[in-house]
Design a protein around this ligand. Sequence first.
Ligand SMILES: O=P(O)(O)OC[C@H]1O[C@H](O)[C@H](O)[C@@H](O)[C@@H]1O
Length: 549
Amino acid sequence: MSVTETAAWKALEDHAAMMQNTHLRDLFLADSSDKKRFDELSLSHEHLLLDFSKQRITQNTLTLLKALADNCQLNDWKARLFNGDHINTSEDRPALHTALRQPEDSHLALANHNIIGDVHANLAHMASMVERIHAGQWRGYSGLPIDTIVNIGVGGSDLGPLMACKALSDAQPPEGHQLKMHFVSSMDGSQIADLLDRLVPTTTLFIISSKSFTTIDTLSNANTARQWLKSASGVKTELLNRRHFIGISASAEKMNQWGIPENSQLNFWDWTGGRYSMWSAIGLPIALRIGMQGFKAMLSGAHAMDEHFKTAPFEENLPVRLGMIGIWNINFLNIHAHAILPYDGRLSHLPAYLEQLEMESNGKSVSRQGEAIGYSTCPILWGEIGPNAQHAFYQLLHQGSESVMCDFIAPARRYDDFNNKGLQQQHQLSLANCLAQSRLLALGDAAIAGNDTAPIHKRYRGNQPSTTVLLDELNPYSFGQLIALYEHKVFVQSVIWDINPFDQWGVELGKKMATDLLKPLENEPSYSSFDSSTEGLLNAILNKQEPGQ
Ligand SMILES: O=P(O)(O)OC[C@H]1O[C@H](O)[C@H](O)[C@@H](O)[C@@H]1O
């Protein structure tokens, strides 16, 4: 039976029909005498506080959402996730990113083997590499110590480390050892071409990050890097492979084939999904940036969120509430756009990270039973640093025709250690804007006395729901909590929608099609015929590429 046929779903539909004309303004007005809405609807755990009071919900909504979660056996699914059941059914494997942050003395058996031992052996290998590089003992072909790292990867092998290195940029690496870090992902070569112009071959180390080690984007960038080193050094490829490349993958065989020596390889496992992999060896750039201790603090923060998700009751559970309110917005209030708005420049890559995490996980319309789904799943998610977005797309949030749900994310404290009043004031300014925007989006004109008589083009209708995620401060631990919070939120929603969030078949066919299209572009005979648009464009490109045209 489809979830939409259940009594729990229908009760929520009825409730939504009643709530349809209730403005957030009314919900706050009803609360104006005792001002309890915030206390009743916000939740906190350790360093995170989530304010849900600007969501279009009442206590009754939460009760009905709990009935839906129970009906969908959310608690059983949580147990299956943590126990390592093969819940990624289309690939017949578990999804065990949570095991990557389990403490060393814990235990998780997969086919009678304790994988936590493997996880920590891997961390130790990673730590030894980090130590060598930080100590200046990893030397390039000319004997000079490495001082520049380039991570080559894409999707899950890029976005997590990229986001984390920026988010934790205030964290000091051990002994002040500052490596220059760069990230290359795009297949068109523009990032690597730009970098190679500026980098010094003797002191640059490339990390080739790819779960499959077959991703053409990554391998083509890696080949370009090796070619650059060859031309600059004139030394043998074998020496370059040894001194200038680290490989991170679930396939040792593929790394061997490319030429990465065994002791420069870091492995992880097929039960770690690409977009859930920054906690594995894929996180090496993070450890290089903030040190192994910082990396482990990030794992501990995520583990604390795992434990909270696993054990806290529905009424207190942050990821469960975040996920279920998303369900309410999407499936019952018909809101299909979701903006991620961090009020801290260090979180500038969070929107791109969540775009992959949410849309690649839950952007699906087939159920676990292989049936077409007749209800909405993952919304369109996008975002930008809040203060910059205010000068760009907030116009649409305030006066456009679309309902949009927003996540405002900010640390309460920043620049405590900076003896700079100007910076401290900038942080307060950013917080003031964060609070102002979520208030205006919720209440509309009612937030500003007198604006309700303004001409219509100056009016704000409000009623855009938002959640504010407040961190005490942004550090490796709270950052780990924050990302694990979103991972589990995505899982909660997948359970309600009855979909597998751990595969991504929708990205495969495009890759195959690109292989077919490369032939005519490289002037090789192609036996495929294409549609008229593709053929027209191919011909136009080929004509323009002919010399003298
Ligand atoms: O890590 P890799 O195997 O190179 O994969 C990199 C990325 O590419 C794929 O196309 C998937 O859509 C992503 O989930 C994955 O993270």
